[in-house]
Design a protein around this ligand. Structure first.
Ligand SMILES: Nc1ncnc2c1ncn2[C@@H]1O[C@H](COP(=O)(O)OP(=O)(O)OP(=O)(O)O)[C@@H](O)[C@H]1O
Ligand SMILES: [Mg+2]
Length: 255
């Protein structure tokens, strides 16, 4: 990572309630414009809740209240004027289960651009090819772009999902356990893909795999009980964390 790695997203005092139940208790966390931050922590610690708050996925649920400040490249994510469709193009999300649409591979990747009104065939062709290349799946699918994405393996579907997100030229990728539904070889391919992308994008990945976090992330944030316990350089968190809870979790004593 270069020295000029500026902050792309600043969040402070983030609280979130499901009904009356407070699930996040005031998270302060910033992200640089390039590189991978891993969110780790026990089940129920608030990792997904926090991640989903970053592109306003909770807007789609009833009874969720979010407070705190979210500054994304100078824009207030929760400002009433923020267009969430636009926001989710800039802050794209990849889920645990690969979720291709029941269309061709080409149409899956072109989906976001068409939604944005792009019709020119050459522009779409180029974007589809570039996105599939960036997601390290082009060589495997280039002769079958018109075949259904549902015919691909889970790992291939996940890379197509990544290509679909990349096609709209996001600045930040959110990934919630993107390899946990995959076999080890496919998971390894996704890790390689993310490592290829890490110099160009900011990525936040939730993972239960400590070895995955240590292999691919630059920074690691440890969550517990709806709090951020600590965040830092991944090597530091794994070798010499500041907090006892972090040391206990890393050494497998709970979680
Ligand atoms: N839709 C929801 N309605 C009510 N409570 C919820 C909802 N989603 C999550 N919670 C609660 O919020 C807390 C944080 O959950 P969250 O899913 O963010 O944890 P997590 O760290 O992602 O866990 P996991 O590692 O199991 O995915 C938990 O207590 C959970 O039960
Ligand atoms: Mg989760």
């Amino acid at each position: 990572m270069t020295k000029e790695n500026e902050t792309i997203l600043e969040t402070s005092n983030v609280k979130l309630w499901y009904g009356n139940k407070e699930a996040l208790h005031g998270i302060d966390l910033n992200f640089p414009e390039k590189g991978i931050t891993a969110l780790i922590g026990p089940s129920g610690s608030g990792k997904s809740t926090y991640l989903r708050a970053l592109n306003r996925m909770h807007d789609l649920e009833d009874n969720v209240t979010v407070t705190g400040s979210f500054n994304f490249k100078g824009q207030d994510i929760y400002a009433p004027t923020t267009d969430t469709v636009d926001l989710r193009k800039k802050i794209g999300m990849v889920f645990q289960q690969p979720n291709p649409f029941p269309f061709s591979i080409y149409d899956n990747v072109a989906f976001g651009l068409r939604l944005a009104g792009v019709k020119d065939k050459e522009t779409l062709d180029r974007a589809v090819e570039e996105s599939l290349k960036a997601a390290s799946i082009w060589e495997e699918v280039k002769d079958n772009l018109n075949k259904s994405a549902l015919g691909l393996s889970g790992g291939q579907q996940q890379r197509v999902s990544i290509a679909r997100v990349l096609a709209t030229q996001p600045d930040l990728l959110l990934l919630d356990e993107p390899t946990s539904a995959l076999d080890p070889v496919s998971a390894h391919n996704i890790e390689d893909t993310l490592l290829e992308l890490r110099d160009q994008y900011a990525m936040i990945i939730v993972t239960h795999s400590l070895s995955q976090a240590s292999r691919i992330s630059d920074r690691t944030a440890f969550f517990m009980n709806g709090n951020l316990v600590e965040v830092g350089d991944t090597r530091k968190i794994f070798i010499d964390p500041e907090k006892q809870e972090t040391a206990d979790y890393i050494s497998g004593r709970f979680g």
